[in-house]
Design a protein around this ligand. Structure first.
Ligand SMILES: [Zn+2]
Ligand SMILES: [Zn+2]
Length: 357
C-alpha cells in the first residue's frame, strides 16, 4: 500500500516537471502567442456607421491632465463610410490602432483650436492614415493659423516619410499622398461659416468662447437630415447654443468647477504652486456640466454627451460628483462620455450608444 502511494506521488511529480518544462519551452510560448494574435485578429474591423447613418466615436475624452483612462481630445465623425476626425489629442492615435479603426477612410480633419491637447497627434494621424492606404493628401480645416500647425507637422514628419518610402517602396506608400494640406476656415460674419460641403455632408464652423484663444471653433456636422455638434473648448457660448438648435447630438466639453477647486487646494497644500495656478486659470474658459445641460436644453438637442472631461475622475464616486446637479437641469438625454463610446444617429432618427469594442 505504502509502495503504491510512493509510485503515485512519483508519477505526479514527473507530470508536474514535464508540464513545467513543456509550458516554458520556446515552441509553446510561440504557439500561445500565435493563438492569441489570431484570436485578436478574428475580431471584425468596426463599422462605425451604415450608409444613411451619422455617428461619433469618442477617440479622446480627456484633457491635458494625465489620465490613463482618457486620451486627450478627439472625436471621429462617421458620415456613411467616410470618417472625419475633430482634433487629435495625445493618445488618440493609440486608441485608433487598439480599436482597429480603418484609418484609410479618414477624408478630412477639423481642428477646433491650437492648444496642444487638440493637435498633438496630427503627425501620427498623417502617418497612420497614409500607412492604412490613404491615396491623397489629407485636408486639415481650422481657424487662421492652421497653416503654421500643418506646415510644422509636415516638416517634422518629412524624414520619417522618406525613410518609410525607402524601406517599403513608393508603390506601397506613395509619397505624393502623405502631406497634410491646411484649409483656413474664415468666419465671414464673425459667428459661423460653412467649412465643408461635399458628399452629402455639410460642416459648419462655429465661433465659441475660449479667450484668449481667438478664434476657437466648434463644428456642426449635418448629413442626410441628422446632425452632431462638437463644441470644442469653450466657456458657456450663446453662439454655440444657437448653432446647435435642433441637433440630434451635442458633444460638449465639461469641467466641474467644484472638483477643479478641490484639486487646486490640494496642489497648493502640497507645494505644487505652478500646477495650482494653472488649475485656477482654467476656470475661466471651460463649461460646468450643469451649464452645458442648460445649453443643450435651450438648443433642444436630443442627446448631450460630455467629453473633454476636467478634472481627472478615475473612479465612480468622482463621476457621481462630476454629474451631480446635472439631472436637476436635464433629467434625460445626457451621458458622461468615455473613450470608445459610439453615438449613432440611425436612419430613422433614433439615437443609439454602444462601445467600439
Ligand atoms: Zn483649449
Ligand atoms: Zn482642450
Amino acid at each position: 500500500m505504502r509502495r503504491g502511494i510512493w509510485i503515485a506521488l512519483g508519477v505526479v511529480a514527473v507530470l508536474i516537471v514535464a508540464g513545467y518544462v513543456t509550458l516554458h519551452s520556446p515552441a509553446v510560448d510561440v504557439w500561445i502567442y500565435k493563438r492569441v494574435a489570431n484570436a485578436r485578429m478574428d475580431k471584425p474591423i468596426p463599422t462605425l456607421a451604415a450608409p444613411d447613418e451619422l455617428s461619433a466615436l469618442l477617440c479622446g475624452t480627456g484633457s491635458p491632465m494625465p489620465n490613463p483612462d482618457r486620451a486627450a481630445n478627439c472625436t471621429l465623425i462617421a458620415a456613411g463610410d467616410k470618417y472625419y476626425v475633430v482634433d487629435a489629442g495625445q493618445g488618440s492615435d493609440k486608441n485608433f490602432l487598439t480599436w482597429r479603426i480603418d484609418l484609410s477612410k479618414v477624408a478630412g480633419v477639423f481642428i477646433t483650436h491650437f492648444h496642444s491637447d487638440h493637435i498633438a497627434e496630427l503627425g501620427e494621424l498623417r502617418l497612420q492614415t497614409w500607412v492604412a492606404g490613404r491615396k491623397e493628401p489629407l485636408k486639415v480645416y481650422g481657424p487662421p493659423g492652421i497653416e503654421d500647425v500643418v506646415n510644422g507637422f509636415n516638416l517634422a514628419y518629412k524624414h520619417d516619410a522618406e525613410h518609410r518610402v525607402a524601406h517599403h517602396g513608393a508603390k506601397f506608400l506613395p509619397p505624393d499622398a502623405v502631406p497634410l494640406v491646411a484649409v483656413v476656415v474664415p468666419l465671414h460674419d464673425g459667428k459661423a461659416a460653412t467649412a465643408f460641403d461635399q458628399d452629402g455632408l455639410r460642416v459648419t464652423a462655429i465661433k465659441v468662447k475660449h479667450d484668449p484663444v481667438v478664434p476657437a471653433y466648434g463644428y456642426r456636422f449635418d448629413f442626410k437630415g441628422h446632425s452632431i455638434v462638437v463644441s470644442g473648448d469653450t466657456a458657456p457660448s450663446e453662439n454655440l447654443m444657437l448653432a446647435s438648435k435642433g441637433a440630434d447630438v451635442l458633444i460638449h466639453e465639461a469641467q466641474s468647477a467644484e472638483l477643479v477647486n478641490v484639486l487646486h487646494d490640494a496642489l497648493a497644500a502640497h507645494g505644487q504652486s505652478r500646477t495650482a495656478q494653472i488649475t485656477h486659470d482654467i476656470l475661466t474658459y471651460h463649461t460646468d456640466p450643469k451649464d452645458a445641460a442648460k445649453i443643450a436644453n435651450e438648443a433642444h438637442v436630443k442627446l448631450l454627451v460630455f467629453s473633454h472631461v476636467i478634472p481627472v475622475l478615475g473612479f465612480s464616486i468622482a463621476e457621481r460628483a462630476f454629474m451631480r446637479g446635472v439631472s436637476d437641469v436635464r433629467p434625460d438625454g445626457v451621458k458622461l462620455g468615455h473613450d470608445g463610446m459610439v453615438i449613432t444617429v440611425k436612419a430613422d432618427g433614433t439615437i443609439d450608444t454602444s462601445d467600439v469594442n
